[in-house]
Design a protein around this ligand. Structure first.
Ligand SMILES: [Zn+2]
Length: 278
């Protein structure tokens, strides 16, 4: 029953994310004007705005002008619904579920705005950085990495909130710093801006929320997804070699995988690769 609620809540949230993806890059308010058909500009009634269901009932067409509605709207609603349900299965209902659903939603919005416009709005990334720091201080999750570093430096800091604060700041430095380094190297070597500064800020946000190890995992997964899908597109979809890949889209997808399965992936890696004999 709760799982069904999580799914439906995610579907409705996804419907709101669609509005954000459409309006944020244009600088239009995400709350006041009600949604209109992009073709005939007629207001969409509440009964035609039910996530996924309305799309299916209307056969993917506007009720008034019968023009096609992009399948992306129900896709994003469905995606958000599934992420919400998976987060419930991992965390149960509570503050953590709400926080990580909010974080995942921000990544979904960033991923699709980057896909459409090749930009990652500061209003999400920069605000995400300080919100991520505050949330870590509030939740104070243990950080084995920071604890180990502090022990190695002979520092006796045991306050869990202080450790969480350091873990979040380290995440910003590692996540943002790594991408900044790659962007700089790219610029020096080839004289072109291979990566926008938006990716750097986005990864600083991911690091602020998830800490350094998960930020690293996100960059690795995102690069892997980008290479595989990018090569596929150049080979089969006839995209030019200089086709600019939406790296933020892959990072967003990778970040959600890190939230849901990062712990398991890291544990699997440690068990299989680093300590195969244990
Ligand atoms: Zn219409």
């Amino acid at each position: 029953m709760e799982l069904v609620f999580a799914l439906f809540f995610g579907l409705i949230l996804g419907s709101f994310l669609n509005v954000c993806i459409l309006r944020l890059p244009q600088g239009i308010s995400i709350t006041t004007p009600r949604s209109r058909c992009p073709q005939c500009k007629k207001l969409i009634s509440w009964y035609d705005n039910v996530p996924v269901l309305s799309y299916v009932i209307l056969g993917g067409k506007c009720r008034h002008c019968r023009k096609k509605i992009s399948a992306r709207y129900p896709f994003i609603e469905g995606l958000t619904g599934v992420v919400s349900a998976l987060l419930y299965l991992k965390l149960g209902f509570g503050v953590e579920w709400a926080i990580y659903l909010g974080f995942s939603s921000a990544l979904i919005v960033l991923a699709f705005i980057d896909l459409d416009h090749r930009i990652l709005p500061d209003s999400i990334t920069l605000n995400g950085i300080w919100i991520g720091v505050l949330i870590n201080v509030y939740l104070a999750p243990p950080s084995p990495l920071v604890s180990r570093i502090l022990r190695a430096m002979d520092l006796e800091i045991t306050n869990p909130r202080l450790i969480a604060l350091m873990a979040s700041l380290l995440g910003i430095i590692v996540g943002g710093g790594l991408l900044w380094g790659v962007a700089e190297a790219y610029l020096r070597l080839r004289g072109i801006e291979g990566m926008g500064f938006g990716d750097v800020k986005m990864m600083a946000m991911v690091g602020a929320f998830l800490g350094a190890p998960m930020a690293l995992l996100t960059i690795m997964l995102g690069s892997l997804l980008g290479s595989v899908i990018g090569l596929f597109f150049m080979r089969f979809a006839g995209k030019a070699r200089d086709y600019e890949l939406p790296f933020g889209t892959f990072l967003g997808l990778a970040g959600i995988i890190a939230v849901l399965y990062g712990d398991d992936l890291v544990r699997l890696y440690v068990e299989r690769m680093i300590q195969p004999n244990l």
